[in-house]
Design a protein around this ligand. Structure first.
Ligand code: ARG
Length: 844
């Protein structure tokens, strides 16, 4: 590894230290003469002085305008690359202190100067230029050039720069430089200045079979330096591309506009039109941060601000042979296609064509399972940058699985990536089908997708094109939405959630004038709202009353330690001191519910959780080593789980703490060793004495660990909500666990997650034959399909609080009638009703 920094000083002339600032020129001496001409006349001295003064100031004003606003020259720096075709590449060109490097860069500088001198819009403004690197592929030279141009000539300069062309240039000493593809892009002056002051470049060249590593300085034990701009120029042999992989990426959380961030370029110069990706924050280890270049070079830059010094990143790169062809002629009846190098980010500047032909008498359709072609600021509809094109239709952005069918046996898929910003790409399978019967035994959507016949006319857009819900006749059990015309289950009417999307299912349930509509649909006189009495029965009339300090609390009003009552929605740990004694914001209570890896991730395969996404999720194993129940970490020594997990059976004494082992930081049940994972024995189990095994009422237990766990990025406690915490009907929550993925099925090795919604208690009780007690919370979908299941019990129902980003334990997986059945949502232990019991047994 070599570090080199002399050629990075864009401006090293001492007289021009402020050269990067927009220049303000002072009036030249000559101008005072102009002023003197307006000297006094003999007779009207006084008048003369006055007129003179007026004229003087006018002139000065004019001159200031002329020089400051019209003529002030601004600095423009371009960086770019050009290709030299009449010299062979020498290894010495990668060494900036070699004589060969010096010789060739002198030639390039001379050529650039000559070229600029020949263009009227550039010649007068040109200041200096330099070469920053060479790479192989004939020879690519990377350079920068500086200009100082008056504002009103800037556009002309920009135009001239973008139109520059060179072919063969004759230089002094009879040498000759043949150049093709000369490009130049303007650089951000601020960044250039920062680079001049503190920039540093490391040059790395990898060889076949080598894995070349680099990282932020001090990684991982000491913080990376503040206020730096660091770059790594990565090179590979000709006919190869670079495959860069960030093994660890943990930087300061993303901040706009700056903060700490990393840029990856498909070039050796840092220019926006060649950006592959901008990275900041932390990525979980399972996120595939692999990028490919289009040529044999890549540039990685690191910008750090004055604070926030996290472990940093560790990356490695290898060279892979450049693909000559991309795409294929496919002649089988079915198969799979993916974007190049999937699941790595596809390379820029690519075009692939798949020509698919299935047997003559069949038709072909494509099902895209993964589809990520997202660029920053891409317009949603027109797909101008990266796209997949099928039958003249372009697809781009991030899309849920979709089907494209063709009504012949042939189809053509074209994938195009432009020169900047790449993404994970796509996977798709192509299938052949009988034109007369595209979905045997199933319903055929207009798009060609096949769905279960049961899903037709159920009020849900299962086809994603509404074709399964088109022209349905609603049954007596259903309600017709006004706008969408969907047939929704009658249970949804007046449940406080806008299920139709047009509010029509909640319209007819309007309360009479001067009354308030409760969260559960009940109507109460408006005067009862915020009167500190729970008139609704679900507290919704008292939960959102603005902030006020009052003296009588109710179940739905937050009570401070000093007995003050705060009528504010969920005031605990929201970052604002609401109680005069500050008891709503004590650090010990608020140090919870944090997710070190909280970015939205994309995992191949749907509902797998991400590593570190649910750091309070605990796996409880019994003696034989099998995962049996879930639990949630609430402090370094305490877990919450379901009481029904600890009821003795003839064969096993589940209530005996010694049969259990708790695992923390687990993602995959088959990988329960490793740095992230911790295990503890259980010292004490306290199941709620009110637990009834025929009703599952009070289904909660506290488990105490034999010794505290160490909190890490993968192990964190979840927040226990206050008893007044408001979880409104319709709110989305997440349930997680290693339980069965289908009713009666087997558990999952990888932690699963599902997004579900809180269901109105009355509606839920209706569909579950009044089996609900107030200690239960109902969540899921009446339409079925998404639910917890056997093996998830005891695990968390997590709620992300918008006000502070913290995650609260809303419930504990308790019971259900089967799994994911229609009209049989999952039932959870309602934590808010258990708050005092939890306090009593954990001290928390
Ligand atoms: N009792 C089950 C267990 O022991 C959990 C059932 C949850 N079921 C449901 N459909 N939500 O794992």
């Amino acid at each position: 590894m070599k570090d080199f920094d002399s050629n990075l000083k864009y401006n090293n002339r001492p007289q021009n230290m402020n050269g990067f600032e927009e220049g303000v020129e002072f009036l030249p001496v000559m101008n005072t003469k102009k002023v003197e001409k307006r000297g006094p006349k003999r007779k009207f001295i006084f008048l003369g002085v006055v007129i003179g003064a007026v004229l003087l100031s006018l002139t000065i004003g004019l001159l200031v305008w002329h020089f400051k606003y019209r003529n002030a020259s601004m600095q423009k720096i371009y960086t770019g690359q050009l290709r030299i075709t009449n010299y062979p590449f020498l290894d010495a060109y990668e060494n900036p202190s070699s004589p060969e490097y010096a010789d060739l860069s002198a030639k390039v500088i001379e050529m650039l100067k000559n070229t600029y001198q020949g263009v009227p819009d550039l010649a007068p403004h040109f200041k200096q230029c330099n070469v920053t690197a060479f790479s192989e592929g004939s020879i690519i030279a990377y350079y920068w050039a500086e200009f100082a141009v008056p504002a009103y000539r800037e556009a002309a300069l920009e135009k001239a720069m973008s139109e520059l062309k060179v072919k063969t240039v004759y230089l002094r000493h009879h040498s000759l430089l043949s150049v093709d593809s000369l490009v130049a892009f303007p650089v951000d002056i601020e960044l250039a200045r920062k680079f001049r002051d503190s920039g540093r470049t490391f040059f790395l060249h990898t060889k076949t079979g080598d894995v070349t590593k680099f990282s932020t300085s001090g990684f991982p034990n000491s913080p990376y330096p503040a206020n730096t701009l660091c770059q790594w120029a990565l090179r590979a042999d000709p006919d190869h591309v670079i495959r860069l992989n960030f093994k660890t990426f943990k930087m300061e959380p993303c901040k706009t506009p700056y903060g700490d961030y990393v840029m990856v370029y498909d070039s050796l110069t840092a220019v926006e039109p060649r950006v592959l990706v901008r990275l900041c924050g932390s990525y979980p280890p399972s996120y595939n941060l692999t990028f490919l270049s289009s040529q044999n070079v890549m540039l990685v830059t690191l910008f750090t601000d004055d604070k926030g010094k996290h472990p940093g990143f560790m990356a490695e790169f290898t060279q892979v042979r450049k693909k000559k062809f991309c795409g294929e002629n496919l002649r089988g009846a079915s198969g799979v296609i993916t974007s190049p190098y999937y699941p790595a980010h596809y390379p820029p500047d690519m075009e692939c064509v798949w020509d698919i032909q299935v047997p003559e008498n069949k038709h072909v359709k494509l099902r895209f399972n993964m589809f990520y072609l997202v660029g920053p600021g891409d317009p949603i509809n027109s797909c101008p940058n990266d796209y997949v094109e099928i039958n003249k239709q372009r697809y781009c952005g991030e899309r849920a699985s979709f089907v494209v069918s063709s009504n012949s046996s042939k189809t053509m898929v074209r994938f195009v990536s432009d020169k900047s910003y790449t993404d994970t790409g796509f996977t798709a399978e192509y299938l052949s089908y009988e034109p007369s019967n595209p979905c045997p035994g199933q319903y055929t959507c207009k798009s060609g997708s096949c769905i279960s016949k049961m899903l037709q006319c159920d009020g849900w857009n299962d086809c994603r094109d509404f074709s399964d819900e088109d022209s349905c006749i609603c049954t007596t059990e259903q309600f017709r939405c006004k706008k969408s015309q969907l047939c929704k289950p009658r249970h949804y009417v007046c449940d406080g959630v806008n299920d139709c999307g047009d509010h029509s299912d909640e319209l007819e349930c309007k309360c009479p004038e001067k009354s308030f509509k409760c969260g559960n649909g009940k109507c109460i006189p408006e005067t009862q709202k915020c009167d500190r009495t729970d008139n609704c029965g679900d507290g919704s009339d008292e939960s959102d009353c603005g902030k006020a300090l009052i003296t009588t609390c109710t179940d739905y009003i937050y009570k401070c330690k000093n007995n003050e009552c705060i009528t504010k929605n969920n005031p605990e740990c929201d970052g604002e001191k609401d109680c005069s004694d500050g008891s709503d914001e004590v650090a010990t209570m608020c140090n919870c519910g944090k997710r070190p890896y909280s970015r939205k991730t994309r995992i191949v395969g749907g509902v797998n959780a991400d590593i570190g996404e649910w750091p309070w999720q605990v796996s409880l194993h019994i003696k034989n080593g099998l995962h049996t129940c879930g639990a949630s970490l609430v402090s370094t020594t305490m877990l919450l789980s379901a009481a029904h997990c600890f009821q003795d059976e003839p064969a096993i004494r589940y209530s005996d703490p010694s049969v259990w082992t708790a695992y923390f930081g687990v993602h995959d049940q088959n990988k329960r060793t490793g740095n992230e994972i911790m295990q503890r024995k259980i010292k004490r189990i306290v199941a709620h004495t009110g637990f009834k095994d025929h009703t599952f009422d009070n289904d909660i237990a506290v488990l105490e660990l034999d010794s505290p766990v160490t909190l890490t990025d993968f192990i964190q406690p979840i927040c226990i909500p206050d008893s007044s915490h408001n979880f409104p009907v319709g709110k989305t929550l997440w349930v997680t666990g290693w339980g069965a993925t289908t009713e009666g099925g087997s558990g999952s090795a990888i932690l699963q997650k599902a997004e579900i919604r809180i269901i109105n208690q009355t509606v839920c009780n209706d569909v579950l034959d009044n089996q609900l007690t107030p200690r239960m919370l109902c969540a899921g979908f009446l339409s079925g399909g998404i639910d917890a299941c056997q093996g998830d019990s005891g695990g968390p129902l997590s709620s992300v609080e918008m006000s502070n980003g913290k995650v609260y334990l809303a419930g504990i997986v308790s019971w259900g009638d089967g799994c994911a059945r229609r009209n049989k949502p999952g039932i959870y232990t309602r934590i808010t009703k258990m708050r005092d019991w939890i306090k009593q047994h954990t001290g928390l």
